[in-house]
Design a protein around this ligand. Sequence first.
Ligand code: SF4
Ligand code: FES
Length: 372
Amino acid sequence: MTSADPSPARPWALLAELTHACPLHCGYCSNPLELTRRSHELTTDQWTDVMRQAGELGVVHTHLSGGEPLLRRDLEQIVTAAEAAGIYTQLVTSGVGLDQARLDALASAGLRSVQLSVQHADPRASDRIGGRRSFAEKERAAQLVRAVGLPLGLNVVLHRENLDAIDTIVELGVSWGADRVELANVQFYGWGLLNRAALLPTREQLAGARDAVERWRKRLNTGPELVWVVPDYFDGVAKPCMGGWGAVSLTVTPDGTVLPCPAAAALPGLDPPNIRDRPLDWIWEHSAAFTRYRGTDWMADPCRSCARRDEDFGGCRCQAYALTGDAARTDPACRFSPDHGVIRVPADEGADATAPVRRRVPGRSEGAATWV
Ligand code: SF4
Ligand code: FES
């Protein structure tokens, strides 16, 4: 498809960021640096309508995410609305605040699966990375999810502090009865870019972790599926971010802003639409935010004349902007990018073990970005 096509394919996935409030303070948080205040969040009725419109648009799968979506007291109603719209719901949670009564209510409302974040297999390291004591609650949450019979996934963001622990992380997934363990190398935009100096692994760490994953894949016959989300900085290959801009998925943020990806709010001049002002089908098909980088017509060289342009879509627009100041340039992760040095140099230099991790202030989980 090119951006000249009048009618884009329908989206099938919705990332519903229900709130930016969160009990954890991870230094690689995928939330934007500017967090939405709770008083600006969409109401229950508005989220219900988002689900209705998304179902009509063709969405079949939603991640109910945050922040911590369990902090929304109306989460059960939002799940009910998604279920009524024919949308499969996966709860993406830290596990903090999930008890038997809440899980029973969510399962009754139609929740289909749970993805639990874990920061490390070692409880103290997990708590340290998350910026709060939470490992025991995660373990309890995993037990509850298995007991109620819902599919359980673990999501572990990988970086310098835990890449050497793949063996124990996989063992944790096995012992907690996970169906899937997602080993997601950290992405360096937003908070991740802010903390890049502290999070960057070494090439040796990555090679060792890759080998460990391969060993476990051969060894696990019935255990959890292992998903390895490739790192951006080390292979010279751009990833097909979000499956292409405005191609398969959309994000609705806590205040109703609709974006092609969760980090896109940082792009200048995007003028992102809001679900309070426009219907979702118009936003998907006609808004400038969704059409600007859709397809391949917007590309300049080297992407324009590259054989891979229909496979990786020129990489990530948010990373291109964060590292070059121009969202329309080739993603510097690509070895053909004239800007590739801005990634290769820090990747070669590795992390600064003395760099502090800057976090959302403990005890505060909303408002403008502040850190310690
Ligand atoms: Fe992908 Fe562009 Fe790199 Fe080609 S030049 S591999 S299309 S990012
Ligand atoms: Fe926005 Fe990649 S994170 S396009």
